[in-house]
Design a protein around this ligand. Sequence first.
Ligand code: PEP
Ligand code: MN
Length: 338
Amino acid sequence: MIVILKKDPDKVQLEGLTTWLKAKGIEIHESIGSSQTILGLVGDTTHLDIDLLSALDIVEAVRRVQEPYKNANRKFHPEDTVIKVGNTKIGGGNLTLIAGPCSVESEEQICQIAQSVKESGATILRGGVFKPRTSPYSFQGLRDEGIRLLSIAKKLTGLPIVTEIMDISQLSYFDDVDMIQVGARNMQNFELLKALGTVDKPILLKRGLSSTYEELLMSAEYIMAGGNDKVILCERGIRTFETYTRNTLDIASIPVLKQLSHLPIIIDPSHSAGRCALVDPLSCAAVAAGADGLIIEVHNDPAHALCDGPQSIRPDAFDTLAKKLRTIHEVTKAVDVK
Ligand code: PEP
Ligand code: MN
């Protein structure tokens, strides 16, 4: 971090600042120029409040030269992180296929879909039970009863389950849940993130609708700083000026997040596009770009789905897509090695 001081800084204030920084274990390299003095701060500056420093009378400006996140930063953890969910692994060259309906609707529905996506090669079952809907009049999910139905499907198929938490008060229902999803709308619910930092379960952290890469990684940092380092990032499309698709899938997020962080990255083509016809090409692009996996909405009767029917693909389409994705993954891996 670099602190640029105002011309002729007050000596007492400067001494106060340097003593305070040294007490925090920061080394200070002072460069005195004819018109300006610059302090180069060396050490762990992640805990320094940049706004507080900038507000000091003697400070002209503060610049970060290192990212404000440490646990999620590849610089401090060069190896890819591999996260176990049930008996499957996310990251480390595996292609994880998470599939299932947007929402759990009935025992028959979730069990049928679970069985078919398993046969097609899905390794984790998804299904929302606490639904963050734009309208309070839309289907809100089956809540704890939905988790009970997910557990039945898990027992039937052996697939681990992932479902969204909207509030920490719901955590007591999550005992049998293998991976907890934090939805796009809650990516910056810092109290929820802090609470999940103390939970011993993998967290699928979805990127907020208008969040930058750094904001997503800072949210991962919240969970990791609390002691839970099992975080999986998820790009699910962002808001842009385009309205034809529900969101815009940011393919660049895959190489960028892989460069900045060691955490695995999953792509959600369903919420990115909002249209079932786009799920196939977007999934293929994501695997070719190096994603660690996909989370895809699959419904056995999309026309009557209680939530997100237009973006849900049928089990037979998922079967064809899964085969295609495995081929692309193999080719991508072979090309990367050469
Ligand atoms: C979902 O996965 O069903 C969901 C609501 O996702 P998002 O938070 O990305 O909108
Ligand atoms: Mn959905």
